[in-house]
Design a protein around this ligand. Structure first.
Ligand code: ADP
Ligand code: ADP
Length: 217
């Protein structure tokens, strides 16, 4: 059963703009699906609908996930909390005991290469490091579904290459169902098990390509 399923989804904003029309898309467990397409074709709208942040105006979306994580482009961290405390937040909200959530946050920071930076506050960290904290925070929740909206768009190229490798390693380990928005075709092909191409206004899916070499099945 797919973790995320969209059937004939359309979205018309109150302004009159129709951003999406007739979108059918399934993401099954262990699939990492990238969505590529030009600016304005509705990629972000698609992700916001999948996350439940906004509602469809046509069709339906089914989510068979207990935990969904969402990573934005501009790593939205809480400035008054340390890196560790930012990653601990999900556990706090779920009532996980302190020692347990601390250990999990520590392990997640270690996975993204931030051991030694636990006590730093976001403003003391570089853009790449903030993004890594944001990814650690998303993954510590052990999500069944992870949604990424151009998370590396604002990074310099070297940091981006490092983060792509990092994310690939994390996906190999955790095998969540992933939906990843990007306007970089090479990034999509490098990271995904399947690339979905969107185009037009309103946006629709115009092509889909499996990436057979991406990960061991
Ligand atoms: P992309 O992520 O592919 O660049 P978006 O999903 O951001 O595309 O936007 C798709 C279309 O929907 C654009 O025409 C955009 O102007 C419009 N749009 C996005 N969000 C809103 C909104 N909240 N209200 C009205 N129009 C919107
Ligand atoms: P990134 O590649 O994550 O953007 P930078 O290129 O800015 O990081 O920094 C390279 C290295 O410098 C980091 O991996 C880290 O070891 C160190 N560094 C960066 N910012 C800080 C900081 N605020 N405090 C301590 N060390 C830092």
């Amino acid at each position: 059963v797919p973790t995320l399923s969209l059937r004939g989804v359309s979205k018309r904003f109150p302004t009159g703009t129709t951003a999406l029309t007739g979108v059918d898309l399934d993401v099954t467990p262990g699939e990492f699906v990238s969505v590529v397409g030009p600016s304005g074709c509705g990629k972000s709208t698609l992700l916001r609908l999948a996350s439940g942040l906004d509602g469809v105006t046509g069709g339906e979306i089914d989510v068979a996930a207990t935990t969904t994580s969402y990573v934005f482009q501009d790593a939205t961290l809480l400035e008054w909390r340390s890196a560790l405390k930012n990653v601990e937040l999900a556990g706090e909200l779920r009532g996980v005991p302190r020692s347990e959530r601390r250990a999990a946050a520590q392990a997640a920071l270690d996975l993204v290469g931030l051991t030694g930076f636990e006590k730093q506050h976001p403003r003391q960290l570089s853009g790449g490091m903030r993004m890594r904290v944001s990814i650690a925070r998303a993954l510590v929740a052990e999500p069944d579904l992870a949604l990424f909206d151009e998370p590396f768009g604002a990074l310099d190229e070297i940091t981006r290459l490092r983060m792509q490798t990092e994310l690939q390693r994390l996906f190999e380990l955790k095998r969540f169902a992933g939906l990843f928005i990007t306007h970089s075709v090479s990034e999509a092909v490098y990271l995904s098990t399947r690339v979905v191409v969107m185009s037009g206004r309103p946006g629709r899916i115009v092509d889909e390509v499996e990436v057979p070499w991406a990960y061991p099945r």
